[in-house]
Design a binder for this molecule. Sequence first.
Ligand SMILES: NC(=O)c1ccc[n+]([C@@H]2O[C@H](COP(=O)([O-])OP(=O)(O)OC[C@H]3O[C@@H](n4cnc5c(N)ncnc54)[C@H](O)[C@@H]3O)[C@@H](O)[C@H]2O)c1
Length: 252
Amino acid sequence: MSIEGKVALVTGGSGALGRVYALTLANKGCNIAVTGHSKLEKAEAVAEEIRALGRKAAAVKMDVSNLDEVQAGVQKIGAELGPVDILVNNAAFGIVRAVTLVNMSKADWDRDLAVNLTGAFNTIKCCLPGMLERGWGRIVNISSISGTMGGIGQCSYAATKAGLIGLTKTVALEGARKGVTCNAVVLGVFWGGSFYEVAPEFRERIIKRLAMRRAGDPQEVANVVAFLASEEASYVTGEAIEVSGGANLFTF
Ligand SMILES: NC(=O)c1ccc[n+]([C@@H]2O[C@H](COP(=O)([O-])OP(=O)(O)OC[C@H]3O[C@@H](n4cnc5c(N)ncnc54)[C@H](O)[C@@H]3O)[C@@H](O)[C@H]2O)c1
């Protein structure tokens, strides 16, 4: 797919799925910025893997909830790799905690919104102007079926993942005539990250209600992210594409 030489920023790119997005985009010819929000060791390790593929990479400290840090990070990426052409908003907080709304603290709610939703606003705010100016850009927001179906104990997480879809459609409209597309990928469950932390009996119950009766391999969603980031996806915008092995089908 023709994205050779483009610069991609993958937030949370040292996480389980983010790393696979970063490597997949690198394999398609992109130079990649991977962020870490507290320590940079994991982001550095992924950057090394990318360099081993013959691409340029930068590990950048960026707490996405902090606009100043995002601004500084995007500037650093510009200096090291060039301006961001592809933005994958993958960073998220608090995927596994199950806390009912009645028991959720306002502080936890605020933090989840700040990272998962305001975080995407912050990165888009810093990357979109350059994309519009250059007349080419791809934004892929990582949502979840929690956002489209809800989830017990996931009120803040579900609200942010639903919010990302509204944000996606609006950014898509604002970039539509200027070469910038914005899409959301709505994930089901994938082996990696938070799903490993779910108790085994819960994992089994979740998998039983999926039409494909299996959790996804991270590469199966990375392929969709890479397509949406590509030149070939030029006429796809404002979509929320579910990649879930049929989680929303009537399964029995
Ligand atoms: N694994 C799944 O089954 C699944 C399902 C649906 C959606 N998702 C979504 O996929 C994405 C990645 O999830 P994962 O399973 O790889 O989890 P993960 O915990 O491995 O990755 C999350 C990443 O976000 C980063 N992050 C957290 N807070 C941050 C902050 N303030 N600033 C910057 N980065 C921050 C973490 O450092 C980590 O790298 C998330 O958006 C998640 O909601 C995952």
